[in-house]
Design a protein around this ligand. Structure first.
Ligand code: C2E
Ligand code: CA
Ligand code: CA
Length: 245
């Protein structure tokens, strides 16, 4: 197929070891070359293709997971991006059950990344979140701070992680009005006992700022680019297994 997944490690701030990785889709078009997901995901959503694409992504991720068991520690989190549109459909639960059947769940903890948009959707989101938790799937709110920040939902819904949008991380060290907002978001997440993941970290200054504020997980080019399967295996051999012995 022309779709494949790359995986970006998410680093635990204190241990500096990867706690898991996020799957990101890549599309290799025969004529256009690599098409970025920002360009085709919205198209798939509007054309009713997102469910089939996500089913395919789930199958690819499960397949790849089996090929990582020997190098990745047990309990590693495997993050998938889920379209909020998909979650509202009747077929969603069946798709998730199928995914869990394929996944080596005794080794990986699946984590779904969902944007804020899904929380403000009318009806059902709360129940779906509970059902996903019952299935052993962890939940992260993605791109936090960019959408309809419905803060009230953070308290009401059972969420495990908040992923702070790259835009906030970018503003660190710059004289902008964003920095106080970032600090407020971090404080809020901590008060609500949510774990925090900051993404898009490119500089040591950004990483240090976030570590000082006790952000739990860090993700970004500074640590590692998204990697194809074979390179992710190498990464674990070098950064995790190499360190243990
Ligand atoms: P996202 O979920 O917020 O994913 C993070 C994006 O930031 C990824 O872009 C990743 O490659 C990029 N990134 C990571 N670290 C850095 C950094 O240090 N600097 C910069 N500038 N960028 C960094 P990517 O892979 O192009 O994906 C873009 C968006 O497309 C994703 O944003 C997500 O919304 C969507 N997407 C990607 N894969 C999937 C998928 O499998 N399913 C769905 N539904 N959406 C996906
Ligand atoms: Ca994501
Ligand atoms: Ca994000």
């Amino acid at each position: 197929g022309q779709f494949f997944l790359v995986y970006q490690p998410v680093i635990h701030s204190e241990t500096q070891l990867p706690g898991g990785f996020e799957a990101l889709i890549r599309w290799k078009h025969p004529k256009l070359g690599l098409v970025p997901p920002d360009e085709f995901i919205p198209y798939c959503e509007s054309e009713g293709l997102i469910v089939r694409l996500t089913q395919h992504i789930m199958e690819l991720a499960a397949q790849d997971a089996h090929r990582l068991i020997d190098v990745v520690p047990k309990g590693t989190k495997l993050g998938l991006n889920i379209s909020p549109l998909h979650m509202t459909l009747d077929s969603f639960k069946a798709d998730v059950r199928h995914f869990l059947d394929l996944m080596p769940t005794e080794h990986f903890i699946p984590l779904f990344e969902i944007t804020e948009r899904s929380m403000v959707q009318d009806g059902g989101a709360e129940k779906i979140f509970d059902w996903l938790h019952d299935c052993g799937i962890e939940l992260a709110i993605d791109d936090f701070g960019t959408g309809h920040s419905a803060l009230i939902y953070l308290q009401r819904y059972k969420i495990d992680y908040l992923k702070i949008d790259r835009g906030f991380v970018n503003s660190i060290g710059l004289e902008t009005v964003t920095a106080p907002v970032l600090d407020a978001v971090l404080e809020l997440a901590q008060k609500l006992k949510l774990q925090i993941v900051a993404e898009g970290i490119e500089t040591e200054e950004q990483a240090e700022y976030l570590r000082q504020r006790h952000v739990d997980y860090l993700q970004g080019y500074l640590f590692c680019r998204p990697l194809p399967l074979e390179q992710l295996r190498d990464y674990y051999q070098q950064h995790v297994n190499g360190k243990l012995v």
